[in-house]
Design a protein around this ligand. Sequence first.
Ligand code: ADP
Ligand code: ADP
Length: 209
Amino acid sequence: MRMILVGPPGAGKGTQAASLVDSYRITHISSGDMLRAAVKEGTKLGNEADGYMKGGKLVPDEVVIGMILERIKKPDCEQGFMLDGFPRTRPQAEALDKAMTEVGVKLDAVVLIEVPDAMLEERAVGRRSDPETGKIYHLKYNPPPKDIEGRLVHRKDDTAEAVKTRVTKYHSETAPIVPFYEEKGILKRVDGNAKPDEVTQRIAAVLNS
Ligand code: ADP
Ligand code: ADP
């Protein structure tokens, strides 16, 4: 299965991807995680992306498109992949479509996780991640175990201000990919305003239908 998770910042894409990839035996590809790793390593790509990411702006299309198209060619993507955070603009969606058509593979589904804007800031600001396991926690909704609290990471762009910019960008830049996939008949909408396990079940239900 080849699929995409779409949704505003804090919608639960990373959380859901982690629950779903095991059962579908596909590779999870998070553009945000890849970019953060590049920033940490100080690669050319990372240095280019850093300034955009801090402020909640999108990294330029040509940078992200190159990175993801290279990634999905790797052997671990042969059985399928779940893209999380890419595509985020219409040109990114078109570039992915073209690249997949060229190698004769198709997208099976695009799952749109819908969460009201009013909930996104609290979700993102309370987010913490464990650099050792990659697990995503939330101070209120999914509290981390006490003994690992000290090593948790609070993302630089999970401030109220940067989240506002990201939500605005989501509506202006990312929402236009929804009709692109709707026209192809592969868009599945899921209400993400429920407990994580319930949302996982809703996604599994639309994927199996
Ligand atoms: P995204 O990848 O879409 O930005 P995440 O999966 O990282 O979102 O989730 C953002 C924050 O919200 C995290 O702290 C996560 O623990 C929390 N979260 C995810 N899903 C839910 C949910 N269904 N209800 C409440 N909090 C959630
Ligand atoms: P979120 O949890 O808000 O959905 P991500 O981890 O997916 O965030 O992305 C964090 C940041 O990385 C974005 O605000 C943006 O700067 C950059 N980024 C990630 N994916 C893309 C993409 N497909 N196009 C452009 N920028 C991206």
